[in-house]
Design a protein around this ligand. Structure first.
Ligand code: PGA
Length: 260
């Protein structure tokens, strides 16, 4: 049974005082939840302060990006080693906004994923098609390209420490969620790719998240899908109540659904 994982991607939001208020609220609301891995990914400027609040809590910390080198003359970049040092457990890699605005490629995503794994961070590797790609029937080609190249040469032991997040670009920040059926179709396809790349045992152990306009209203129907193991949440992770509700509902759904 895969443990659900709900991660909040705060993107470029929250000052130190706002961040502290948010994680304090989450801690208060969610301390009883044990059957969901809860992760918040604040901007790196507030990681240290949020880490202090979350110490000894059931909420894990993650970064939003890393560079593939561990140290050196790379002005403005953040090292996986620094994130680990701050107490991060996860890191988002290859988010579509990184691909779109900062020119990230599958090759870069692959290097970053390997660096994260080497450092002992769990990468959340994002994949997803754009609207024009979906409309021209290329969804599965794009996903195959992102998955096979993004995870290239990652061995069967390492891959178990990765989470794959399917985030259709057209659903991110647009209020247009993929239907549970659309999301499940791609999740199932990703699991099939992982089966080809690894083994039945491995592909059925890897957690797959959906991301793109997830809210307290739509989370349950997404989590009811057999291949959706969690969510990567943007906008709705910025408020205590909405993120708490998403975590609580995920826990409820997975308690009543058993698939095998
Ligand atoms: P959204 O963002 O929930 O605001 O659509 C999701 C993401 O970008 O991870």
């Amino acid at each position: 049974m895969r443990k659900p994982i709900i991660a909040g991607n705060w993107k470029m939001n929250k000052t130190i005082s706002d961040a502290i208020e948010l994680v304090n609220g989450l801690k208060r609301n969610l301390y009883k939840i044990e059957d969901v891995d809860i992760v918040v990914c604040p901007p790196s400027t507030v990681l240290s302060d949020t880490a202090e609040v979350l110490m000894d809590s059931n909420i894990h910390l993650g970064g939003q990006n890393i560079f593939w080198e561990e140290k050196g003359a790379f002005t403005g970049e953040v090292s996986a080693v620094f994130l680990k040092d701050l107490g991060c457990r996860y890191v988002i890699v290859g988010h579509s906004e990184r691909r779109q605005y900062f020119g990230e490629t599958n090759e870069g995503v692959n290097k970053k994923t390997k660096t994260a794994l080497r450092t002992g961070l769990f990468p959340i590797v994002c994949v997803g098609e754009k609207l024009n790609e979906r409309e021209s029937g290329k969804t599965f080609d794009v996903i195959k390209d992102h998955v096979t190249n993004g995870l290239k040469d990652i061995n069967g032991k390492e891959i178990l420490n990765c989470v794959v997040a399917y985030e259709p670009v057209w659903a991110i920040g647009t209020g247009k969620t993929a239907t549970p059926q659309q999301a499940e179709e791609v999740h199932k396809f990703i699991r099939g790719l992982l089966l080809e790349m690894y083994s039945k045992e491995i592909s059925s152990s890897i957690r797959l998240q959906y991301g793109g306009s997830v809210t307290p209203e739509n989370i349950s129907s997404l989590m009811e899908m057999p291949d959706i193991d969690g969510a990567l949440v943007g906008g709705a992770s910025l408020k205590v109540d909405s993120f708490s509700e998403i975590v609580r509902k995920s826990s409820e759904v997975k308690k009543r659904c058993t698939y095998s």
